[in-house]
Ligand binder design. Structure first.
Ligand SMILES: Cc1cc2nc3c(=O)[nH]c(=O)nc-3n(C[C@H](O)[C@H](O)[C@H](O)COP(=O)(O)OP(=O)(O)OC[C@H]3O[C@@H](n4cnc5c(N)ncnc54)[C@H](O)[C@@H]3O)c2cc1C
Length: 442
């Protein structure tokens, strides 16, 4: 249910509190601000701790496919056991991971891939325009560049091996150009001769520096009257089914509504309110090569190594890796080595002056569809998280949708796919008063 404010500018009303200052949180805060609301944005950590800081910077509108495409299950054992493959498991974490993993892998069929991809289109399908709209009139807009998003294969046969994924995207209206042999070389002469087929999705975008983009958005939010606070939210308070505020490491704060946009940490907060949401931390890594001797023309995904080569201000960022080890996973050398191995294969002549490293947590729901909704059991608590590999892309639109939900403005898309009730039993999802829900048995 929408939260309608009698007088948004009334300073005697508590503000709307947004928890989490990553891309989804800041986009939500700015969209709320655009509609005249008073907003306090709380984040517990330095900006480098956010997935939004270290991602590949691609506004990847066509990346609607889940990781759980058909065929993953058969490839998985080799991928997990080979240190040069991009999927890693921290083995002590496995017992905790298994229930989530079983549900996640159950979606590895064509019907679910099509359903998930369709649900992603309204959130990420028009991301370049969505980000231009979010940043209109702000310094952040200078970081957005229109571009292609390229996918590099060895040859047409390898491309044909991904036919289902391309078919699904074509059926959803995405278009790409194909460049083979000499045409591949003339599209981008950077890559070795044995990579001779490239598919380029047009009308995409890239962020030239995701950390600086976030900084500029935060700066704009504060300059426009928003309040930011560095503290950890430890609880959300409510009375008679209505949110009243948050408890932070610095003390309590009253709130007229609360948005949980804390990425992979979000389920910790909903669990305290009695709702378990199956979202795992899917860690990812990047290497940066400063002063790189070569730069791809467009951000380029190389499926052989599951990495993205992304041109950025002053450096080439190479991002990838999927590691399951929970929120306490602080990273390790093996995924960096796998990324470096991929770079050595695809850019053998690369030289650079400095290398930097980063890892962070993508928020991954079992069904790969973000949760954008109001909590059914506590009015005034809104959810915006679970954007897995495309949270930068989908943040601008998610922030707009969430702000609309909070203020009661209409949104012109069907919000059913993003409802939190899909993870709850039927009885619980109909009730507003029950406090603890059981997760869906499937
Ligand atoms: C290697 C890699 C490459 C990627 N490449 C791309 C890409 O090219 N394009 C794309 O669209 N997406 C990409 N992604 C995914 C994208 O980065 C994420 O989906 C997105 O950043 C998630 O944003 P978020 O705001 O939900 O979470 P985050 O950016 O993680 O922000 C969550 C924030 O919540 C705060 N928080 C958590 N708990 C609390 C608490 N209790 N109190 C206060 N604050 C709290 C955290 O400190 C954090 O700042 C990539 C991810 C990785 C790891």
């Amino acid at each position: 249910m929408a939260h309608v404010f009698p007088n948004a500018a009334d300073e005697t009303e508590p503000p709307i509190v947004v928890i989490g200052g990553g891309m989804v949180g800041i986009a939500t805060a700015i969209w709320l601000q655009k509609s005249g609301q008073r907003v306090t944005l709380i984040d517990k950590a330095e900006p480098t701790g956010r997935a939004s800081y270290g991602n590949a910077g691609v506004l990847a509108s066509s990346s609607v496919l889940p990781v759980t495409m058909p065929g993953l299950l058969t490839k998985l054992p080799k991928m997990v056991l080979n240190p040069f493959e991009p999927i890693f498991v921290r083995w002590p974490y496995l017992p905790k991971l298994i229930p989530w993993a079983l549900r996640y892998l159950s979606h590895g069929n064509e019907a679910d891939a099509r359903r998930i991809a369709s649900a992603m289109v309204p959130i990420i399908g028009n991301s370049l325009d969505d980000h231009l709209l979010l940043t209109e009139g702000t310094p952040a807009q200078r970081h957005i560049k229109p571009c292609d998003f390229a996918v590099l294969f060895k040859d047409r046969a390898q491309f044909e091996g991904s036919k289902l994924g391309f078919d699904i995207r074509r059926d959803l209206g995405f278009e790409w150009s194909e460049h083979e042999g000499a045409a591949c070389e003339s599209y981008d002469p950077l890559f070795p001769k044995d990579y001779g087929f490239l598919a380029a999705f047009g009308k995409h975008g890239r962020i030239t520096d995701p950390g600086a983009y976030l900084d500029d958005l935060h700066g704009h939010f504060v300059a426009s009257g928003g309040t930011t606070h560095q503290a950890e939210v430890t609880d959300i308070t409510h009375e008679r089914g209505q949110v009243t505020g948050v408890v932070t490491s610095d003390g309590p704060l009253a709130a007229s509504a609360v948005a949980i946009t804390a990425g992979a940490w979000s389920p910790l907060m909903t669990k305290k309110l009695g709702v378990k949401i199956p979202v795992e931390a899917e860690s990812g890594y990047h290497l940066e090569f400063w002063g790189a001797s070569c730069m791809p023309k467009s951000p380029t995904l190389v499926p052989d190594f599951k990495l993205i080569l992304s041109p950025m201000e002053g450096r080439l960022r190479v991002a990838g890796g999927v590691e399951f080890g929970g929120l306490k996973n602080a990273g390790r050398d093996v995924p960096f080595a796998a990324l470096k191995y991929g770079v050595d294969q695809i850019l053998p002549g690369l030289t650079y002056s400095k290398e930097t490293r980063w890892m962070g947590h993508r928020p991954a729901p079992t069904d790969s569809i973000p949760i954008i909704d109001e909590l059914p059991n506590v009015k005034g608590v809104y959810l915006g998280f679970g954007h897995q590999h495309v949270g930068l892309t989908g943040s601008a639109r998610t922030g707009q949708i969430l702000a609309n939900l909070i203020t009661g403005e209409a949104t012109n898309i069907d919000l059913k796919p993003y409802k939190v009730t899909r993870f709850m039993g039927a009885k619980a999802s109909q009730s507003r008063t029950a406090h603890t829900y059981q997760m869906e048995a499937s």
